[in-house]
Design a protein around this ligand. Sequence first.
Ligand SMILES: [Mg+2]
Length: 254
Amino acid sequence: MKGAVVDVDGTVLRGERAVEGAREGIETLRDAGVRLVFLSNNPTVTNEDLAERLRSAGVDVGEATVLSSASLTARHVGDEYPDARVYVLGESALVESVAECVEVVEEPERATVAVVSLDRGLGYGDIRDAVEAARNADVFLSTDPDAIVPTGDGDIPGTGAVTSAVESAVGREAKTVGKPSSVAATAALDALETSPDDTLFVGDRLNTDVALGEKVGAKTALVRSGVTGEEDVDGSAHEPDEVVETLADLRHLL
Ligand SMILES: [Mg+2]
C-alpha cells in the first residue's frame, strides 16, 4: 500500500476530538511510508479550516493533502467551467472557495452554474433563488450527498436534504462533486500520485467512503467508529474489504 484516502468525521474526529485509535493508526500508516489524503464531504469548511480542526485534535497532518467538498467543488468548477457565472447556495467557506476559482454571482438568473449545499442559515428565499438558478443554469451541482450530518448536538440535515428540496422543485437532478463521485476519487488519487491498486480508501460510511474506493477498484476499509453499524454492513450494496473498529486496526494491512 502506497497511499490512503482517509475520511475525517466519524473516522479521525468525533466533533472536535480525535477518535480513539485514530492518531495511532495515522502514525502507523505514515511510519510505513503510506502517503495520506484526508478527504471530507463537509462543505462548510475550507481545506485550511479542516487541517486546523485535525491539528487542534492532536492529529499530525504532516505533508498530507486535506480536501473538503467545498474546495473540491470550487476546483471542479474552476477546471471544467472557467468562464462560468456561479450561483452558490451554501456557507461562507464554500462561497469563498468558489470565488477563488471562478466568478460568483448573487443574481440567480445570471447563473450558468448552480451549486447547492448545506447552509445552516437557510431561508425560504435561498431555496427559491437556488431553484431559479438550477432551472436556468447549464450545470447543476451539489457539493456532497450526505442527507444527515452527525454533530456534537445530534444529527442535522445535510447537503443531501437541501439538494432534494431544490431538485424536487426544479425536476432536475444535481451532479454530486464530493464522495462518492469520480471527481472526488480522481482528486484524491492525483494528490497521492498513486494508482487504485496500491491505495486504501477508509471511512465510516458505506455509501460514500466505501463506494468511492469501489468506484475505482481500490481496496476499502470501513471503520465502525462513526455512523455505520454491523447491521448496516450486512444489508448494504457496498462491501468493504475490511471492517475494523478504528484506524489503529489497519496495521495488519501494511
Ligand atoms: Mg465520515
